[in-house]
Structure formats: C-alpha cells, structure tokens
Design a protein around this ligand. Structure first.
Ligand code: NAI
Length: 461
C-alpha cells in the first residue's frame, strides 16, 4: 500500500470519517485508520443502535396504549432477539454506507490501531500493525469510552456480564427481569425507556438530585414524572456503595440520607459518563498536550503541536456525534486555509425518550451563571392542535430563553413529540441571533407541534 499521505486521520467515527471525506474533496490525499468498525461508537454502539431499539419499543407502546385513540390490540409483545437482529442489520447497512463514502471520496482505509511513532521529514509517522505511514498532517478522532467508576464489585461485575456498559447492553441475548441503571444521564434514560417499554422492572440510581444532567430543571422533572407514572423508580441524590452477587442473585447497594438500602437486580447498566480515549496512541511521543485525558484544542481544532488537530469526543468538549462532525470539518477547513469555527452556543442536544427532549442554547440557569441578563417564557404544547390530537393527557412544554434587553433568542428547550426534529429550527434561531420579532414574522406549517414555538414568541412582551 502507498504509505505517504497529506492527512492521516486516527479513528473512523463521525468526527473522523466525515472529516476524511471533506479533506479528500478538498484535495488532500487522506488515510483513515480504524481499529474496530467504521462509524465508531455512534454507528456501532451508540446513537444508531439505540434508536433502532427505541423505535421497536415505540411501536410496542403504540400497540399497548392504543385504546385512548380508539385502537384495541391484543397480544402485542416484544421479540428482543429479533429487535437485536434488526439492529445489527441497520448497523451493517450504515457501516457499509460509510465504507462506500470513503471509497467514493478516494479515502484510503487501514484496519488496526494507529500509533504515532514520531516526526518525519514529511510530517509524522504512524504505525498500524506492520505498516508505517507518513502524513504531513494528523487529525485525531479517537473518541471516548465508558467510565466504570471504582465502586466495590462493579468492575468485576462488568467482567462477568452482570454489569454492562452502552456497548454490551445492545447485544443482550435475552431481556433481564430487573435492571438497575447507575447514572440518570442520556444513555441511562434512553435505555431505561427501552427496558420500561418492553416490560422490564427499572430502577435508576443517580447521584445528583435531578436526572438528565444539564437539561432545564422543569423539563427534567416532567420527563421523570412521565417515566415514574410508567413504573420506573428513581433514586436521586444517592451514592452507590457496592455491587454484590451475580445475574442470579445480585443487588446494588446505595446510601441515601444516611441510610444504606439495596435493590435486587439481574442486570446493571453503568452509564456514569464517558472519558476521552487518548492513551496508547503515541501522543507523548510528539508532545500533544492533554488535560484529564482530553486533548487540548483551540477553536479551530489545533492541538499543542503544529500539524496535529483533534476533533470529537477526544477533546472532551461536547461529546455528541454532531459536534464531532462539525469539529472535524472546522479542523479540515483550517488545514486548507479556510476561515471557519464551531458555534458551540447553538449545538442542539436530544434525549430520545418518549416524550423526547430537545434543547439548544442557554437555560435560564446557565444564562444566569454566565452573567447574561435573560428571562424565560414557557408555553404548554397543548397550544398546538396537532399535539392535542396526538397526545392524550400530554404534558409537554416549550421554553424560550431570551435576552432581556434585545429579546434575542438565547435558548429553546422542549419536551414532547417531534422535539428531536424540531430543535434544529430553534438552533438556527440561536445561531443567527434572531430576535423574538424576527421569529414572529416566520411562517410555520399548520398543524404542527413546532407552531408552539411561534405561539410562545407572541407571549413575550
Ligand atoms: P452523562 O454524562 O449524560 O450522565 C451520567 C450521569 O451519571 C450523570 O447524571 C452523573 O451525575 C451520574 N453519575 C456519575 N457517577 C455516578 C455514580 N457513581 N452513581 C450514580 N450516578 C452517577 O453520561 P452517559 O449517559 O454515560 O452518556 C455519555 C455521553 O454520551 C454523554 O456525553 C452523552 O451526551 C452522549 N450520549 C448522547 C446521546 C444523545 O445525544 N441522544 C445518547 C447517548 C449518549
């Protein structure tokens, strides 16, 4: 294989494969090195597989709760093995799509772990198996991995399969009876949603006193109430102290308000956050600086070493696939001498529960914390005819956060149907610094749930 490249990309996840395609289109001779499968965590063990599972769960929910809408179904049940089989098919299709994209763009793909071995006359050398490549530029997109906290018994339980992370949970051969989810963040909530829909007893133990991390507090509470009504147990403000036993006779012990309690279970999902994967790839050989495993980058993705950029989860900024896409693009722009930057203020985030949560920009709390003079306006989604038609007893809301002085849109936060798809429109409002008066002049489709955003703008004086 030819071994001299203009750009070597370490990691073929969303950050890496997308940047490689852009770089190749920009005229750079590009190599991507991937040790597992193209598509990375997002495609193989994250965003896409979970959405496949959650879609099956949604169909089951519709079947089981159709009476309110005049539809009676009997005998609806989940075939988990079939759900996993379909998930594997979806993943395979999309992974081969990425491979085809690479081929179409003329990007070379090498399989194995790439390790930076030093500087060369042409730039840098990278070893992958027995092959040594040289690249004038490097882009590091090695992603992140699940953190398994040092709780007594937990790491051993991951070894025996009693505890699983986001990776193994997607390939369970059969459903557990009782699952304890440690960590009520995005992964924990999406999987709690799946397990709850398919009839598994679910307990979420979270150390903070709210679920869903930085999500607006009122929206977190609505989400929690929706799942509590469906039988999910939430233990908040609790410290997990020990994991005992195994799949047959196991339990999770926790401390709350000075008391120790125990929840029996036959599966534990560990979803307590992720850490950048920066070890073992030779960063120290060339002097790339890291801070708590995250590669330090500037706003254009440049690391501390000229000629080396980093994008995606490995920089520890915002661990989302769509952030990685954009960061990779900005890094490539910089390599090509094009002015570009990531607008971190307007990156949307979604929790694919049912109801969905979509957020972008400042919450009132985050605005206050950064000293921005802001106010928030909340509207029930029941102002939307379509929402009422499709959501018996729905309690969704949309919140608009605006600057007090100019009434510019700083943030939009929503819980309810289609929030995942609607939020990009709100992201444009934040990115373009639109004022309330600008949004009022836009025409939204009717009937639609997104109309609630427009309506909310008219409630702001
Ligand atoms: P997370 O950071 O979203 O949530 C972890 C939660 O665990 C936090 O609420 C934290 O307080 C809690 N926690 C930490 N240690 C704990 C302990 N010992 N006991 C109890 N609770 C503890 O991390 P998560 O859910 O693992 O997700 C990882 C990354 O993947 C995130 O950056 C997330 O944004 C991304 N992701 C995004 C998705 C999406 O966009 N829909 C879906 C899934 C993951």
């Amino acid at each position: 294989m030819e071994n001299k490249f203009d750009l070597i990309v370490l990691g073929g996840g969303p950050g890496g494969y997308n940047a490689a395609e852009r770089a190749a289109h920009g005229g750079l001779k590009t190599l991507v090195i991937e040790e597992r499968e193209l598509g990375g965590v997002c495609l193989n063990e994250g965003c896409i597989p979970t959405k496949t599972l959650l879609y099956s769960a949604k169909i089951l929910d519709y079947a089981n709760h159709g009476e309110k809408y005049g539809v009676t179904t009997t005998g609806a049940k989940i075939d988990h093995a079939k759900v996993v089989e379909r998930k594997n098919k979806v993943v395979k299709t999309l992974v081969s799509g990425v491979a085809a994209k690479m081929k179409g763009a003329g990007v070379t793909v090498a399989r194995g772990t790439g390790v930076i071995t030093g500087k060369s006359a042409d730039g840098f050398t990278v070893k992958c198996g027995d092959d040594v490549y040289s690249g004038s530029k490097l882009l590091i997109c090695t992603g992140s991995e699940a953190v398994v906290p040092p709780i007594p018994g937990l790491r051993e339980s991951v070894g025996t399969g009693f505890a699983v992370t986001n990776r193994e949970v997607l390939d369970l051969k059969e459903l557990p009876t009782r699952v304890v989810v440690i960590g009520g963040g995005v992964i924990g909530l999406e999987m709690a949603s799946y397990f709850n829909s398919v009839g598994v007893d679910v307990t979420v133990i979270e150390m903070l006193d709210k679920i869903a991390g930085p999500t607006d507090a009122e929206i977190s509470k609505i989400l929690q109430n929706n799942y509590a009504k469906r039988g999910v147990k939430f233990i908040l403000g609790a410290k997990v102290t020990e994991v005992t036993g195994d799949r047959k006779n196991g339990a999770v012990k926790y401390e709350k308000d000075g008391k120790t309690e125990s929840v029996p279970c036959d599966l534990i999902l560990v979803s307590t956050g992720r850490r950048p994967r920066s070890a073992g790839i030779g960063l120290e050989t060339v002097g790339v600086l890291t801070e708590r495993a995250a590669i330090k980058t500037d706003e254009r993705g440049r690391t501390s070493v000229p000629g080396i950029w980093a994008a995606g989860d490995v920089n520890g900024k915002i661990m989302l696939a769509h952030t990685a896409y954009r960061e990779g693009e900005v890094a490539v722009s910089d390599m090509l001498g094009i002015a570009d930057r990531v607008d971190y203020r307007s990156i949307p985030s979604v929790i694919y529960t049912n109801p969905e949560v979509g957020s972008v920009g400042e919450t009132l709390d985050s605005a206050k914390a950064t000293g921005i003079d802001a106010e928030e306006h909340t509207l029930s989604l029941r102002y939307s005819g379509r929402y009422v038609a499709e959501n018996e007893g729905g309690d969704g809301i949309v919140k608009i956060v605006v600057g007090k002085e100019h009434k510019n849109v700083l943030g939009v936060h929503m819980i309810g149907s289609y929030a995942s798809e609607i939020i990009y429109g709100a992201a444009m409002m934040v990115a373009r610094e639109m004022r309330v008066s600008d949004v009022r002049r836009l025409v939204f489709p009717h009937p639609s749930v997104c109309e609630a955003i427009r309506e909310a703008m008219f409630q702001i004086n």
